[in-house]
Ligand binder design. Structure first.
Ligand SMILES: Cc1ncc(COP(=O)(O)O)c(C=O)c1O
Length: 187
């Protein structure tokens, strides 16, 4: 039966995240491994209110098929938000995805050939490894220091290897929680 699967699945391991989250089904276990937010912090009432407002005001439009880029008023709102923070982006440059993994999957599809080198931080977000892994890249890693990636190691890797893309989580990195300093960001 195994040979029914596409060759690219041979290098795909079990989802680490799925394994970590499995234990959370047991109410007797409080797991700190999955990074679950405190459910008491969820704005359930506010989201309920927003959903019902949107459905009553734009219900037919919202439930209809739309462009693949996503709902234009939302893309315009996001572009405006970036503009306020000083980043000049246009709504046409915004693509709505269903979470980070769809974004990573799209980037993998568009940019990665089998064997391309993808640089990741060590350690990094498990789901990113899983999502990039489907495109059969060769992973290289750069160690993390307290204020970001080890720049000496990074320069060495970039000099020696033909890196296709670098996946870095610059704010509240997962799993270390570190945030890159201003200097590290500039480099
Ligand atoms: C670095 C990073 N990206 C993305 C996510 C999750 O994003 P999403 O739920 O949008 O896929 C997490 C969740 O812990 C994360 O740590």
């Amino acid at each position: 039966m195994n040979n029914l699967f596409a060759d690219r699945m041979n290098n795909v391991h079990k989802s680490f995240i799925r394994e970590i989250l499995k234990v959370t089904e047991d109410p007797d276990i409080i797991s700190f491994a999955g990074g679950l937010p405190n459910p008491r912090s969820f704005p359930v009432k506010e989201i309920g209110g927003a959903v019902s407002e949107v459905l009553s005001e734009n219900g037919e439009e919202i439930l209809q098929y739309s462009t693949t880029e996503g709902y234009r008023p939302l893309r315009e709102y996001i572009a405006q938000r970036y503009l306020k923070k000083g980043l000049k982006v246009d709504a046409d440059e915004i693509l709505i995805t269903n979470g980070s993994q769809q974004g990573i999957d799209l980037i993998g599809k568009v940019f990665l050939n089998k064997g391309d080198k993808v640089l990741i931080e060590n350690p990094t977000y498990l789901a990113a490894i899983q999502s990039f892994g489907l495109f059969e890249p060769e992973f290289k890693s750069v160690p993390l220091l307290e204020d970001g990636a080890d720049m000496d190691a990074l320069k060495k890797i970039l000099d020696e290897d033909k890196i296709k893309l670098f996946y870095s989580v610059t704010n509240f990195q997962n799993p270390t929680g570190i945030t890159y300093s201003k200097d590290e960001r500039k480099i």
